[in-house]
Design a protein. Structure first.
Lengths: 668, 316
């Protein structure tokens, strides 16, 4: 096999505000053969994207090539003229970006964007472009390609946009594909389908791929070789099996241990600290500050990347030692709830976004669109954690908003403790507001960038407890301590905090109110796995010490598994299954739960997902029958379309809503 | 959607008309006592009230005024001599003329320069034009007007520094007197639109889809014209609309400095004459123009932006 992408000793950096050149990539060598798929992994900011883009001769504004070269198929890419680059990019060397929703031009139709790619890079005569575009869309398994060419990007779902991006990359019949987090932010089911598609395409065309991701599960599925990056350098390189099963670098071990796994109910182990900022790594090993087996020489001498006897190439003085150390891969067991006081009760909750039209309003009629969320009855015990899972659009956040009073439900009742809660925030008593706190996915949106940490924490303390002066400050510091941030953080602004620290502040703010119920909406989804592990640990700790009741929403089933006592599965705003975590995640389950579980990707090269149902996105729930009828792989027939399925209970506390009898569900 | 916007626009104009009318009503006295001041007594006052119809109830008068305005009849001025529609008609035409000249000269230039400076961010061209624009925006109009008059009219004698043509003269007679006011207006306006287009171009060019287009191998000018500009210029529509509204209703200072017979100066004159019916009429016209122009801009954005377009078509 010939080397297609050859990156030699490349360094990339920018000039910081102090005039010093700060390196983002440090002396990296990477060679990719045709037909090979290499994964690039590492925490956010480790330089994965910068490296992948450098392979195309592209550096983001402000970044400069400091050293080294990148060749593609024998041509030195940084030495090419603009015209020459335009010919190669999108032709033989194509990129599939992370967020296709934002990477497709919003004012151009899908067809026009595909035609552009074909015009630039394909040898086909112009009058074949229209048919070729449709053929490409069909090839990436988009339903009804003829209709899709006439659509604008915003009219497609996230998974469909990603497929369009893949089709566009294939238009130039590339020899190599660069993929920058192509499935991050997609549902598990969609992700699994896209990865299968990529695997098939790569195998069929013998393309080389560079796959950038922080998700080791995805890497395990598509890559044959893995490169682990840390603070702009390669720290470990080897076959996927070697890196994932027996990593020899302490950082790679830490990364793996911080991933929650579906088949393990223990808390993942957090990797404390954070990587040095560009240019701040000292003379020694960049990982020294976080390394558990660090020695004196690690701090003064930079280890070199060297082939290790136990396989792969590793940048660590103590690789052998590290390998022996490996053993503690699972963390502490999470706190489990036991008790029977009800804290929160949802009774027949239904929520509708569709507003009746003016005319219907005047005639006093509601809409006949089925409500977005319907008939949700769940009660959550005091100190219990309820996990809420389902694909995007299943109404998870909607339910949380309704509980918090941010969205008035169309019907049903919410009871906290023994008091029925009024529907909206305005009608609720301050003590009821204090009782329920919401934490959002993205702390950047929920923390005011102009308020210091102490301003943020003092708001609820003043509002609910009337604290002031020294007491206020002391209490803020105490709360901050509880989320494991020191009092010296009090005067910082959000932009002086890392992503994980911001989320801790958001958690601290919620706990400052002394809530009984905390609603967590994808609170770890925007974070690195290592940071996620620390946040999960923190939430678990608070549950133990404060006896807080959580509703924990996440699209990541393994994360839900770690924290939840009970899990409820939602499809299109309707409950499919609810039960103890171990009941839902094993034994007989609802067909939809099976689909979700089957699509989960484990960081294990031997695990294989099962794709039971396709990943079409439904815009609205069906009017009658089972909500899952259109995608269910085990559909019984007409009865599923017409009759609402009955609740069946295989064990106490476990309920499944399906027409299939329990024995048959069990049989599968 | 369209109907709703039109309906809301109409409601806004209606509410404004009520406010204008009520505002004048709550002033002490009425249109006639205001206008006649110390002579407001006996026969004179009665005659005036007769022509203004002030002897009827407020509701009746509002109805008359509003329905008249709908038909294009804005009543008679307080001195009872002239129909306001006639008076305002010429002035409105003159204001439109001024606005049109400033727009045709300024908007294309502003957009062009905005795009160039945006694409050439932090390069010499950008620095020159952006700084100039900041100056043009911050110098008060009467200062730049005075300087221009000094230079081009008093010293160089190239252009007339003041408009002597009367309100009702044919359009052709306003040239070349209109040139200096147009330049002053054009400068301010160009600066505002330029800055906005520049920042919008910069934002779009830094976006993911432009990076994607580069990495797809799309040639530079294609990126600019097909991928970037259609998105970058959408927000410009609203700024241009605001500028138009401003040109038609708010350029009082410039009209006064150059003695230009437009709506703005008429408003000033009417206020100093205490001619309340005229003040009311102009206020109503300005409000209508404002609402109309903004409505048009919103509709244009809606037609040109595929996101909004599909929403509008789907209803709701
Ligand atoms: N245009 C830029 N100017 C200066 N620094 C930059 C620029 N782009 C990225 N960096 C810095 O370079 C480093 C590497 O960034 P890069 O985007 O390659 O990381 P990544 O591994 O892809 O992270 P993520 O997982 O968040 O995508 C980071 O520290 C980042 O702050
Ligand atoms: S070189 Fe030293 S500090 Fe660096 S990873 Fe290896 S043991 Fe840890
Ligand atoms: S009721 Fe029918 S459609 Fe619904 S999950 Fe069960 S088998 Fe599938
Ligand atoms: Mg990245």
């Amino acid at each position: 096999m010939s080397t297609l992408i050859d990156i030699r000793d490349i360094s990339v950096g920018f000039v910081g505000r102090d005039g010093r050149t700060r390196e983002v990539l440090r002396n990296i060598d990477l060679a990719v053969d045709s037909g090979e798929c290499v994964g690039l992994v590492g925490e956010s900011g480790s330089g994965k994207s910068t490296l992948a883009l450098a392979a195309m001769g592209y550096l983001k504004r402000g970044l400069r090539l400091l050293n080294g070269s990148a060749t593609f198929n024998g041509t030195d890419i940084f030495a090419q003229s603009r015209q020459e680059l335009e010919r190669i990019r999108g032709g033989q060397l194509a990129l599939i970006p992370q967020n296709s929703g934002q990477s497709l031009t919003p004012t151009m139709r899908i067809g026009a964007q595909l035609h552009e790619a074909l015009r630039l890079h394909s040898a086909l005569p112009a009058d074949h472009h229209a048919t070729k575009a449709i053929e490409l869309l069909g090839h990436v398994r988009l339903p009804d390609p003829k209709a899709i060419v006439t659509r604008f990007p915003h009219e497609l779902s996230g998974g469909q946009q990603q497929r369009v991006a893949i089709a566009m990359a294939l238009a130039g019949e590339p020899k190599a594909l660069l993929l920058d987090e192509p499935t991050t932010g997609l549902d598990v089911t969609t992700q699994a389908h896209i990865l299968e598609l990529l695997r098939d395409i790569a195998a069929e065309r013998g393309m080389a791929m560079v796959y950038v991701s922080h998700d080791l599960g995805a890497i395990a599925r598509v890559c044959t070789r893995v490169v682990v990056m840390y603070a702009g350098e390669i720290v470990l390189e080897g076959s996927t099996r070697h890196v994932l099963k027996s990593p020899t670098h302490p950082y790679a071990q830490g990364l793996l241990a911080s991933i929650p796994k579906l088949d393990c109910a223990a808390l993942p182990i957090a990797l404390d600290g954070r990587p040095p900022a560009p240019g701040d790594a000292g003379a020694g090993c960049a990982f020294a500050d976080r390394c558990a087996i660090v020695q004196d020489r690690c701090r003064s001498v930079r280890p070199q990347l060297a082939p290790s006897e136990i396989g792969g190439t590793v940048r660590c003085f103590l690789a052998e030692e590290a390998k022996r150390q490996k053993g503690r891969t699972t963390g502490a067991a999470p706190v489990r709830y036991s008790g029977d006081d009800t804290m929160l009760d949802l009774d027949g909750l239904s929520i509708s976004y569709a507003k009746p039209r003016l005319l219907e309003q005047m005639l006093g009629r509601g809409t006949n669109v089925p409500p977005t969320v319907d008939d949700i009855s769940i009660s959550v015990g005091k100190g219990e954690t309820l996990g809420l899972v389902g694909e995007s659009g299943s109404g998870k956040s909607t339910i949380l908003k309704a509980i918090a009073g941010l969205l008035p439900p169309a019907g049903g009742a919410v009871t906290a403790g023994d008091q029925p809660l009024p529907h909206t925030v305005e009608q609720r008593h301050p003590s009821q507001l204090r009782q329920i706190q919401l934490i959002f996915q993205n702390p950047d949106d929920s923390l005011n960038p102009r308020h210091t940490v102490s301003d943020i924490l003092e708001q609820p303390l003043k509002l609910y407890f009337g604290l002031s002066g020294n007491k206020l400050r002391a209490r803020s510091a105490e709360i901050l301590e509880r989320v494991r941030l020191g009092a010296h953080y009090l005067d910082r602004l959000p932009n002086q905090l890392s992503g994980g620290e911001k989320q801790r502040v958001a958690i601290a703010r919620a706990f400052a109110a002394g809530p009984e119920i905390v609603l967590c909406d994808e609170v770890t989804s925007a974070l690195d796995v290592s940071v996620q592990a620390a946040i999960l640990d923190l939430l678990n700790d608070l549950k133990k010490t404060q006896g807080t009741t959580y509703i924990f929403v996440s699209h990541d089933l393994a994360v839900v598994r770690v924290l939840s006592d009970r899990v409820a599965v939602l499809y299109q705003g309707r409950l499919c299954e609810i039960g103890q975590t171990h009941q839902v995640f094993g034994g007989e389950s609802h067909p939809y739960t099976k689909v979700l579980l089957g699509a989960v990707l484990e960081p294990d090269p031997d695990a294989e997902p099962t794709l039971a149902a396709d990943d079409v996105v439904e815009r609205a729930p069906p009017e009658r029958g089972c909500p899952f009828q259109r995608r269910c792989p085990r559909r019984l027939g007409a009865i599923c379309d017409t009759d609402a399925p009955p609740w069946q209970s295989p064990a106490t506390g476990h309920a499944i809503r399906c027409h299939i009898s329990l024995e048959d569900l069990n049989a599968d | 959607m369209l109907m709703r916007r039109l309906f809301l626009g109409a409601i806004t104009v209606w509410i404004v008309s009520v406010i204008i009318f009520a505002g004048v009503e709550v002033l002490p006295g009425d249109a006639c006592t205001a206008f006649l001041e110390r002579e407001a007594q006996g026969k004179l006052l009665e005659n005036c009230r007769e022509t203004q119809g002030l002897n009827r109830s407020a509701a009746e008068r509002y109805f008359d005024w509003a329905s008249g305005a709908l038909r294009g009849d804005l009543g008679v001025s307080a001195n009872g001599q002239k129909s306001i529609s006639e008076l305002v008609g010429n002035r409105l035409r003159n204001s439109l003329l001024l606005a049109l000249c400033a727009l045709t000269a300024g908007v294309p230039m502003a957009i062009f320069l905005g795009v160039v400076t945006g694409l050439q961010r932090d390069k010499p061209v950008d620095l020159v034009f952006s700084t100039t624009a900041v100056f043009a925006m911050t110098i008060p109009e009467f200062v730049s007007a005075t300087v221009l008059i000094l230079v081009f009219s008093v010293w160089l004698g190239w252009l007339p520094g003041i408009v002597l043509t009367s309100a009702g003269s044919p359009v052709s007679e306003f040239f070349p007197e209109i040139v200096l006011p147009v330049i002053v207006l054009g400068m301010v306006m160009t600066a505002h639109i330029l800055r906005m287009v520049r920042s919008s171009v910069i934002e779009v060019m830094a976006g993911d889809y432009i990076q994607m287009a580069i990495l797809k191998g799309v040639p530079y000018w294609h990126i600019v014209f097909r991928h970037a500009l259609p998105n970058a210029l959408l927000p410009a529509i609203n700024v241009v609309a605001l500028t138009i509204a401003w040109l038609l209703g708010g350029v009082v200072v410039i009209e006064v400095v150059f003695n230009y017979p437009g709506l703005g100066r008429m408003m000033i004159d009417a206020i100093s004459d205490r001619d309340l019916p005229v003040v009311q009429a102009i206020a109503l016209i300005v409000a209508t123009v404002y609402v109309g122009v903004n409505l048009t801009a919103d509709l244009m954005t809606m037609v040109l932006n595929p996101r909004l377009r599909t929403h509008a078509l789907r209803g709701s």
